[in-house]
Ligand binder design. Structure first.
Ligand code: FES
Ligand code: FES
Length: 175
């Protein structure tokens, strides 16, 4: 057993006693009731279970939760799909996903949303050339599986959000 404290969407939880082999997915869903985190393949292959980890240096990254022990998140701050809307307002990405009818069953959506949010935060820190945008989006979303095959619509939704705020995400004067 280990005692862990994790900040989820800005709220500290714990200390909680967890088994060493308890997955982060089970911790979030069963201990904290954060059911927006999905469980798909369970073996690190689909990323429907991906969450955002906020690192101490200010950068963010995604992590699967099905194959990672909850104990390894002790002291960390994470975000889930429940944390994207603010004050009852959907985020720009959430609105774009809806506008593009990007999802059908929605099982993969939280993972795509978290990955796209991490991409936006990376581009805000380090803008890219417009010419690199399509490849950059494709590489960021690669690895997320959608059984309803909404890949193109997810891609288009993310592109829309970037282009709507191009001064923030794209290098000025770049082709
Ligand atoms: S459920 Fe975690 S990668 Fe598929
Ligand atoms: S919308 Fe159904 S799995 Fe992606």
């Amino acid at each position: 057993m280990k005692s862990i404290t994790v900040t989820v969407n800005g709220v500290a939880h714990g200390p909680s006693a967890v088994r060493d082999d308890l997955s982060m997915n089970d911790f979030l869903r069963e201990y904290l009731g954060v059911t927006g985190v999905k469980f798909g393949c369970g073996v690190g292959q689909c990323l429907s279970c991906a969450i955002i980890v906020d690192n101490a240096d200010g950068a963010s990254e995604t992590s699967p939760t099905c194959i990672v022990p909850a104990a390894s998140f002790d002291g960390k701050a994470i975000r889930t799909v429940e944390g994207h809307a603010k004050g009852g307002e959907l985020s720009a990405l959430q609105r774009a996903f809806i506008n593009h009818f990007a999802f059908q069953c929605g099982y993969c959506t939280a993972g795509f949303l978290n990955e796209a949010q991490v991409l936006l935060e990376r581009l805000a820190r380090t803008p890219i050339a417009r010419a690199d945008l399509e490849r950059t989006i494709a590489e960021a979303l690669d690895g997320h599986l959608c059984r309803c095959t909404g890949y193109v619509k997810y891609h288009e939704a993310v592109r829309d959000v970037v282009l709507a705020d191009s001064a923030l995400y794209l290098r000025k004067g770049s082709p």
